[in-house]
Design a protein around this ligand. Structure first.
Ligand code: HAM
Length: 418
């Protein structure tokens, strides 16, 4: 049997990559306008980075990492997310020593060994954005605004912003005691994972997807009721900015997110049209992460958007992207001498910025005209041995079928033909 792609991965063929490129260009343009710069980090990192950064009790670290040993016996992991890598790069390159904040974004593949299903892949792509070096609530609101605006500008409707504050270690400690007290009598009914979580990090129980655990946690004490004055004020200010930016949000005190580094702000953007996995974006503040992985205390806020989910939602809502189609020309050169001259002509016109397609199989005039039709070329430029001898080229308007002769020497300055 022929070799097939690994489970949970996808090939994106040219019909699809045009949409990817369009979205990536919109992302880059919006980031540029808001002062974010691109960062590129390795696809794999030391496993310990994610164990310490994302957290030992998370599903990502416990069950979903693609981990392997290199030839020197070091444990490496394909990155399951980008925030820990950016925090590592920030600490390792001592970016904190320069004037904060750092406003960074990235685009690239991430890897999680989740059960493959609609909207969940082993290899998927994220647009992520991180602001490091400030705890100003305006940074939180700006990040949410950017994610929201991107989704809306691409044409998604029915978007829902879920917002919560998961506090800081001070508020968490008090909440942990209350939550443990609430859950302890029902411990035996929790799933095996949650029984471990109850001991190590009971907040994670609120994030369990198991139906029984979800039922048992109904009415559990909400973290927002335990926020310290500083976290409460931060949350109120973030909400005030979002209200000013006219981004409607739904407060959701069960939103704890699947990664351990969050503090204060936590949010998700949901989009209808893609079934159960409807979170196109998730993010929040992670003021302890840089320190956790060995850097100096540095606040941070960010989000990541799943590009497959974004594209899935756009398709589910029948949004047609305005994909640019520059006018193209098919150069049809017939006969050895014309093909030689045609090759040079195509190179000259391409270097001047025109889209020139050329047959690479020596096909007949008829089949090359069909090819021009299929490619929706504006013009076919026909160069046979006769035209070559006369120093002209025939330009055939593919919509009307009209043909005119253009001196070969003039073609460059007459392009693009209309
Ligand atoms: P996350 O919520 O784990 O957060 O992932 C962000 C987004 O990535 C999700 O909302 C979803 O759209 C997409 N995603 C996650 N897993 C998969 C999958 N298996 N298949 C397809 N899409 C998926 C993070 O990754 C954090 N690093 C976000 C962040 C940045 N927080 C602060 N800064």
């Amino acid at each position: 049997m022929s070799i097939q792609r690994p489970q949970g991965t996808q090939d994106f063929l040219p019909q699809q990559t045009a949409a990817w490129q369009y979205i990536e260009e919109q992302i880059r343009a919006l980031c540029r306008r808001c002062g974010y710069e691109e960062i590129r980090t390795p696809i794999f990192e030391a496993t310990e980075l994610f164990q310490r950064g994302v957290g030992e009790t998370t599903d990502i670290v416990n069950k979903e990492m693609f981990t392997f040993e290199d030839k020197g016996g070091r444990s490496l992991t394909l990155r399951p997310e980008g925030t820990a890598s950016v925090a590592r790069a920030y600490a390792e390159n001592k970016l904190y020593g320069q004037t904060p904040p750092w406003k960074l974004y990235y685009l690239g593949p991430m890897f999680r060994h989740e059960k493959p299903q609609a909207g969940r892949f082993h290899q998927f792509h994220q647009f992520g954005l991180e602001v490091l070096g400030t705890d100003d609530p305006l940074a939180d609101a700006e990040a949410v605004w950017l994610a929201w605006t991107l989704c809306a500008k691409l044409g998604l409707s029915g978007l829902e912003l879920r917002l919560n504050s998961v506090g800081c270690p001070v508020c968490r400690e008090k909440h942990r005691a209350a939550l443990t007290e609430f859950l302890a009598p029902q411990a035996a009914e929790l799933c095996a994972d949650c029984r471990v979580r109850l001991d190590k990090n009971p907040l994670r129980v609120l994030d369990c997807k198991n139906e029984a655990c979800r039922r048992l946690t109904l009415g559990a004490p909400a973290l927002t009721g335990y926020l310290c004055p500083e976290c409460r004020e931060h949350f109120a200010e973030t909400r005030a900015y979002l209200a000013e930016l006219e981004i409607p949000c739904q407060l959701d005190d069960r939103l704890v997110r699947g990664l351990d580094y969050y503090r204060k702000t936590a949010f998700e953007i949901l989009a209808p049209g893609i079934g159960a996995q409807n979170a196109v974006c998730g993010g929040g503040r992670y003021d302890g992460l840089v320190q956790e992985i060995g850097g100096p205390p540095s606040p941070g806020i960010g989000f990541a958007m799943g590009l497959e989910r974004l594209l899935g939602a756009l398709a589910g809502q029948n949004v047609t992207l305005p994909l640019p189609a520059p006018p193209s020309h098919v150069l049809i050169a017939l006969g050895p001498a014309a093909r030689l001259r045609g090759a040079r002509l195509a190179a000259e016109l391409r270097s001047a910025g025109h889209v020139i397609l050329m047959d690479l199989q020596g096909r007949s005039l008829k089949s090359q005209l069909k090819f021009a039709d299929r490619k929706q070329a504006a013009f076919a430029l026909i160069l046979g041995e006769d035209e070559l001898a006369q120093g002209i080229i025939l330009a055939r308007d593919m919509r009307t079928g009209e043909q005119r002769a253009i001196p070969l020497a003039d073609l460059g300055c007459r392009m693009p033909l209309t």
